[in-house]
Design a binder for this molecule. Structure first.
Ligand code: FES
Length: 177
């Protein structure tokens, strides 16, 4: 993992430059940086400001408006539960309840040991496979509370991306869409 300030800047610049769209906005650039780094460090905000030829204050104003951006490094593993309408109807609620209980959390966030970040996503883009989740950005579909807990434990024990119920077959990228 890149840890030096110069390395972080280089990675942020590369993410901004390699956006798949012709039109780069502040928001699209912030999303690109968060996808690449997992969060928005000060260097990332500064690189977005440079790229868009604006001030860090303006970039910060936009970034801080969206709750899905984070400004501190995520935990070692990131587990996302889709909370979109389809997944909600298909059983996201008991999945989330089970994960919160297992992780000792009351809401999305980081476990105190820094092992797992639990996030709620508005739509992971695989509604046909609802209820969906992602484990370290690998999608898993047709989840159940049991599969969710099994995937979590697999992730924690083996440091490997989980495949619990995996049939969504793509990688997920961040949640701020
Ligand atoms: S609503 Fe869950 S993947 Fe779309």
């Amino acid at each position: 993992m890149t840890t030096t300030s110069d390395g972080v800047r280089a990675k942020a610049r590369e993410a901004i430059r390699n956006q798949p769209y012709k039109t780069h906005t502040i928001l699209s650039s912030l999303l690109a940086v968060q996808d690449a780094l997992g969060f928005l460090p000060p260097e990332g905000l500064d690189e977005v400001a440079r790229h868009r030829n604006t001030t860090v204050n303006e970039v910060w104003g936009i970034a801080s408006f969206y709750p899905n951006f984070r400004f501190t490094a995520p935990a070692k593993h990131v587990v996302e539960v889709c909370w979109g309408p389809t997944c909600h109807v298909m059983g996201a609620q008991p999945i989330l309840r089970g994960l919160l209980q297992r992780l000792g959390l009351h809401a999305e966030g980081d476990t105190p040991d820094g092992a797992v970040t639990l996030k709620m996503n508005t739509c992971l883009g695989v509604c046909a496979h609802a209820p969906a989740m992602s484990f370290d950005h690998r999608l898993a579909g047709h989840m159940s509370p049991q599969k969710a807990l099994a995937g979590l434990e697999k992730l924690r024990s083996g440091d490997q991306p989980a495949h619990a119920g995996h049939d969504g077959a793509r990688t997920a990228s961040g949640g701020a869409r």
